[in-house]
Ligand binder design. Sequence first.
Ligand code: 11C
Length: 344
Amino acid sequence: MGYKVAVAGATGNVGREILKIMAEREFPADEVIALASGRSAGREVSFGEDQTLKIQDMSKFDFKGVDIVLSSPGGEVSAEYSPKAAKAGAVVIDNTSKFRMEPDVPLVVPEVNPEAIAEHTKRGIIANPNCSTIQMLVALKPLHDLAGIKRVVVSTYQSTSGSGKEAMDELFNQTRGIYMNEPARPQNFTKQIAFNAIPHIDSFLDDGSTKEEWKMVNETKKILSPDIRVAATCVRIPVFISHGESINVEFERDVSEDAAREAMRDFPGLTVVDHRADEGYVTPVEAAGEDDVYVSRIRKDPTVDNGLAFWCVADNLRKGAALNTVQIAETLIERFWAKERANA
Ligand code: 11C
């Protein structure tokens, strides 16, 4: 017997990707319900190669009887509906930043801290981390186990899809417009995104950092270790899908390039493509549509004791959001519910 699953925010970039991934991975669902705002109710979304689902209005939906809600409708909507769904008995896997830092809500990357899922019983909510944190932590976990990470310096190169469908359209239309001598009119971004790089993602904080950078620092502490210090600079670039990251790590103990490469190769969800030659590394375009996090350009950082530097890239809509959400649900079922059902 399978589960009753609702996908909240089913018309957004992440919601549509969740439905696609559920179908690809044959998620054990008996019933899948697509939810969105009243504006989209009645429209259809694709589910797998040949099925469609009719969107239901989330504000009128009764969550009773739903086992799992995979939720990415935006922070304010989640703030209202995730607790409502949890109260009705569902476990909500929430993709927004709303609940991530709450102490009784586990924040999970299944390859890194699957054991934290046990805490889903506290609030009925499991939080999915920010996309730029997820890919960095999949790359860092085997290195932390190997040599103990003290400090990380990361600069991101983030695609426009992290900001939604309209932001991707803005990149497309602005790029075309510039060739036709039309002035760039930023709407979703603070400055021109076509042929540019914007060192500003999410809102500014009092210390001069941005909320996106704050998330990378604090989510890393919650998931991997509170002792790891992280300095992050997050930059939006004119790419449609996949975030790139340049990462410098300082370790407790010495770690060779070969040992790092081997540990990363053995880690689930991580692929090392690292040839010191033309094309011997992975770029955002190549990572788009893929499930793994890719690591390239592994080398010593000689400016600190026990330092390494590398490049990391992943599809921000898949591993950075939808795939990680579905994997949390799969792990919840395999590690917790399957056993309960077997013993019932
Ligand atoms: C971006 N990382 O690329 C953001 C998108 O906290 O879940 C995801 C925001 C979040 O703009």
